[in-house]
Design a protein around this ligand. Structure first.
Ligand code: NZQ
Ligand code: ZN
Length: 387
């Protein structure tokens, strides 16, 4: 096990009706708040009114910036930075999913910086401080509600890039599983795929003797695999929604990668798809992850056989571990298909036109991943395998 520091300050407030406490949670941070949200689902569900009521009850002045799109754009972030600077905002509240939260984090960092916020995503500048943020989560997926990362798309050049800093971890995240009942099945499934992928990124490591985090990861995956079909069948099943929601946070709050080095190549390979084709992040991962696994499994056949056996119940064939490993990847593919995700680029109407360009863009700052280092040619091969 590697040395590690586990430092996740985000206070998790979980359960029914908990959005009502949002005003009280925000109050210690100041009186001027930016309310950040997406394309309108929070107005349709009535959540917007509840949040406003709770904030007003604490005498908090609310400035608003809605309109965050999935694969959030840097242009809206820039607007948010100006708004916060102009009105001397103390706190940013995200009500929504990963896209809203990531956009809020970008604004929070941008407010404390004199240059252009995109500099953080190109590596030209590093984040050192940011405004405090909080979250009312409406979709379990990205795990951004307690992560230190933010992923933003620049319309100019269609770059989707990530950056991070510990100051970006939200102060609190309110997780009420009831708020997820209204999710379309496709978004539920894409969220499930994303949280599973966050575990895969950590699970496939070259670090030896990491049994506790292996077992925690396997348990979290099994819980997701068990409950995903239940929530798709019964969208208002509180117990199953609750399991999925908590799993989504645990998948990405950095507990599961304590003592190990994660990979993250598949996320970078997917970001090129989202950047160019504006595909839903989870759907992109359902296509890329099985292809990545087929490309790299020989790096550690034992680990892939363990994954097949412990997560998918594949019987271990001691005479042919490779067969066991491949059977696990096949089970994963079948699972993604069963929840309505695409598993090939063709299904997402993506042809090979941009393969070379995407492979080059993805690796322009060096090879991807840690489990196996991937150069442009490898990434190109993975896109081909995903066809
Ligand atoms: O915009 P609205 O109208 O709110 O609709 C949203 C959006 O269309 C809708 N939705 C959300 N909650 C709903 C709802 N519809 C009905 N009822 C509800 N309760 O769902 C759609 C998707 O929302 P989005 O925020 O885009 O989803 P998600 O949470 O999957 O976020 C995806 C983004 O997170 C990034 C991804 O790259 C992607 O841009 N990620 C961020 C990470 C991080 N910061 O740590 C890590 C992840 O790997 C991921 O990359
Ligand atoms: Zn993700």
């Amino acid at each position: 096990m590697r040395n590690f520091v586990f430092d996740n300050k985000t206070k998790i407030i979980f359960g029914k009706d908990q959005e009502q406490v949002v005003g009280k949670e925000v109050a210690p941070y100041g009186k001027k708040l930016l309310l950040h949200y997406g394309g309108g689902s929070i107005k349709e569900t009535g959540l917007y009114d509840k949040v406003i009521e709770s904030l007003k009850a604490q005498g908090i002045e609310v400035f608003e910036l809605g309109g965050v799109k999935p694969n959030p754009r840097v242009s809206l972030v820039r607007e948010g930075v100006s708004l916060c600077k102009e009105h001397d905002i103390d706190f940013i509240l995200s009500v929504g999913g990963g896209s809203v939260i990531d956009s809020a984090k970008a604004i929070a960092a941008g407010v404390k910086y004199d240059g252009d916020v995109w500099d953080f995503y190109t590596g030209k500048a590093s984040i050192s401080e940011s405004l405090p943020t909080g979250v009312v989560l409406t979709i379990p997926a990205a795990g951004s509600e307690s992560s230190a990362g933010t992923v933003i798309t620049n319309e100019d050049g269609l770059y989707k890039r990530a950056t991070g800093h510990i100051s970006l971890r939200p102060q609190f995240a309110i997780l009420n599983p009831e708020l997820t009942y209204t999710l379309p099945a496709y978004q539920t499934a894409a969220g499930v795929t994303d949280m599973m992928s966050h575990i895969f990124e950590r699970y496939f490591t070259n670090e030896q003797n990491v049994e506790l985090t292996d077992r925690l990861s396997e348990a979290t995956l099994r819980t997701i695999i068990h409950n995903a079909p239940v929530v798709l069948e019964e969208p208002s099943n509180y117990d199953a929604r609750a399991e999925i929601m908590w799993a989504g946070t645990l998948a990405h709050n950095d507990l599961l990668d304590t003592g190990r080095l994660g990979d993250w190549g598949s996320h970078d390979i997917e970001h090129e798809l989202s950047g160019i084709y504006d595909i839903t992040h989870g759907a992109g991962l359902a296509i890329i992850f099985p292809a990545w696994m087929k490309y790299v499994y020989q790096q550690d056949v034992n680990r892939f056989a363990q994954f097949a056996n412990r997560v998918w119940g594949v019987e271990i064939d001691l005479n042919n571990l490779e067969k066991t490993a491949l059977a696990g990847i096949e089970k994963l593919e079948q699972f993604f298909q069963s929840i309505g995700m695409p598993t090939t680029l063709r299904e997402a109407n993506i042809d090979d036109k941009h393969f070379e360009e995407m492979a080059k863009k993805a690796t322009e700052n060096g090879p991807l991943g840690n489990f196996v280092k991937l150069h442009a040619e490898d990434v190109h091969q993975i896109y081909k395998l995903a066809q």
